[in-house]
Each structure stands twice: as C-alpha cells, then as structure tokens.
Ligand binder design. Structure first.
Ligand SMILES: [Mg+2]
Length: 124
C-alpha cells in the first residue's frame, strides 16, 4: 500500500480546495477542459526542463543548491502540481488511488531481481 503524505502542512484536499477557490474567483473553469489542462501540465513540465537545458550534471546540481535558482525550480514544480491537481479534481480522478495502481503495475513490470540498478525499459 502506498499513501500520499501531506504536502507541507496541507493535505491534497486542502490544496484542491485552495486551487478551486482561486480558479472560481477568476472564472477560469471555462479554460480548463481536459485538453487545455493537459497542455498546461505539459507546458509547465517543459518550463522545468528548460531550466536545466544545456547544463552538465554538475551544473544542474549546483543550480539546485543555489537558493535563487532553486526558487525557479520550485515555481515550475508548483505549476506542474497546480495543473495535475486541477485536472484530477475537475475530472474526479483519485490521484492517491491512481498512484497506488500505477506503482503496483510497475512492480509487476519491473521485478526487483531483474531491474535492480538497471534503467532498461520493461519492453526493451
Ligand atoms: Mg511556469
């Protein structure tokens, strides 16, 4: 069994409520179709990726330990989380349940004995 722990001192339900209120006050639900939320999720993920573009592994680690650069990463991770939670909330997807199912699927796809210290994909 896998349980999602509170994020900071907030539970996912609290975060969903805050995001819902934020969006309702701005009348943004009209812009939150599944496709547009998926685009938002992808766009924000790519903004996270862009921070590390062309950086060596040591430069990446140096950036993440620099408070100014780390805040850029935090911003993009928060944007990704916003779209992820908003998508799941609007379309009645239980993220905790979905994650538990996916981890179980991955346990079967990637048996420890066969995949320990391997980054090979299950279908390769
Ligand atoms: Mg962003």
């Amino acid at each position: 069994m896998y349980f999602i722990r509170p994020v900071g001192d907030m539970e996912f339900d609290d975060l969903n409520k805050e995001i819902r209120e934020f969006c309702e006050k701005r009348n943004w639900s009209q812009y939150h179709s599944p496709k547009d939320l998926a685009i938002g999720l992808s766009t924000e993920s790519n903004e996270l990726l862009d921070i590390f573009r062309f950086k060596s592994q040591s430069e990446q680690l140096e950036m993440i330990s620099n408070p100014d650069r780390q805040s850029e990463v935090e911003d993009e991770l928060a944007d990704v989380l916003f779209f992820l939670l908003r998508f799941a909330d609007l379309h009645d997807i239980d993220l905790e349940d979905a994650l538990e199912k996916k981890i179980e699927k991955n346990r079967e796809r990637y048996p420890k004995e066969e995949y320990e210290s391997s980054n090979r994909k299950y279908n390769e």
